[in-house]
Design a protein around this ligand. Sequence first.
Ligand SMILES: [Zn+2]
Length: 470
Amino acid sequence: MAERWLLQGATVVTGAPEHEDLPCGDLLIEDGLIVAMGRGLSAEGCQVLPLTGKLVMPGLIDTHRHTWQTPLRGLGADWTVMDYLAAVRVKLSPVFRPEDLHAGTLAGALEALDAGITTLVDYSHCISSPEHADAALQGLQDSGIQALFAYGFAPGPEPSPAFPSPEHRFADARRLRAGPLSSDSGRVRLGIALTEMQVPWEQSRAEVHTARALGVPISLHCSAWPVTGPSEVEQLAREGLLGPDLLFVHCTFSGDEDLARIANSGGSISATPESELQMGMGFPIVGRALRAGVRTTLGCDVVASNGGELFTAMRLALQSERGRANALAGLPRRLDLKARQLLRMVTQDAADAIGLGAITGSLRPGKQADLVVLSADSLNLSPLGAPRDAIVMQAHAGNVESVMVRGKLVKHRGVLLGTEVSAVRRQVLRARDAVLERVGGMSALLAEHARLEEHWDLGAGRAPGATVSR
Ligand SMILES: [Zn+2]
């Protein structure tokens, strides 16, 4: 028999332009899909969730997170991007074993669900062997989240790599596409995370061609610091490789020409304001990208240093951009960037950016029931003014009471369902202790700055103020 839910009497923020928000509405859900929205819907044959005083909104979508780094939580509060690259990409990444990747990915995905994130782009760039890939994927599958498992092509600096060449990695991605990730309608789907384009261009080109042959979305770190050569966007444009399947991450140092190229190709940007502002990766591109007509979304990025929820990311993106614009304007007459635009960036626009816009990102009949119940009766949300604005300006992850992914309750009344959180915590703690022990402890982490130049073109090694302008 079909599973039917009636969510009753909530303030419904649809996030869909063609469907107005409902001050007191019902949602009827059948077999994972929203089948009706309105007032006074029949509860016949339904499990009923009475939601008076609550707010129902589309599930949030994080378009850039390195979920595997969850065991490193709290280590990077004061890291610059150089510290991060030295500690995580050079030193720690090679000592992560499959079980550590599983623990980190599972705990990180659960953290995301707990904070109302129903869909995640997991930029999984610690894939040192097929076993690592399987373990990370298993973490996503075990969590219950909907995800794009963006298989990382970037090699770690392992002394004896299990993948001796890029072609070996490509073959492993093809293995997943032919096997567990062959479906384009599964809860976890395949994506590709490219190596930073500071490897020989032939490799980058081969990575893009491999991803396109797999027919999956592609993401890449892009213009997060100044480089001496042509930008990633420029290189892709020269060979006609831009396209709507590309999700560019950061773009803080992208020029107007590159933003126009991304906009014209239908590509998208994921800005990660918290890591960008902290680490010296330039100024979040949100305002400039929106003005250039680029579909712009948000991600949490480095959960070793910053928070893993999108309410904070929305406010940081909004207020940092307002701060920049206001500083230039003197006493501003109006605020160009509106709060509700940020909500769209973490819902419908994010879904569109990864090819899922037809099935998730807003609440309307025909879409998956990917949704969040917020405690609109909490002190920090009462009295509820304009609901879309309140979500951006006042809500926090502690307001997330219940979460549904594809019509399945994964969190209810504040508790994650179907998972033993204390066991996951023990698992991720073990992973943290094991990887730190393998590198000789915290004090050894930042000793690798000198090796950074072997892997990345860090330009002048400092962020110019050039992008902090109109
Ligand atoms: Zn990243």
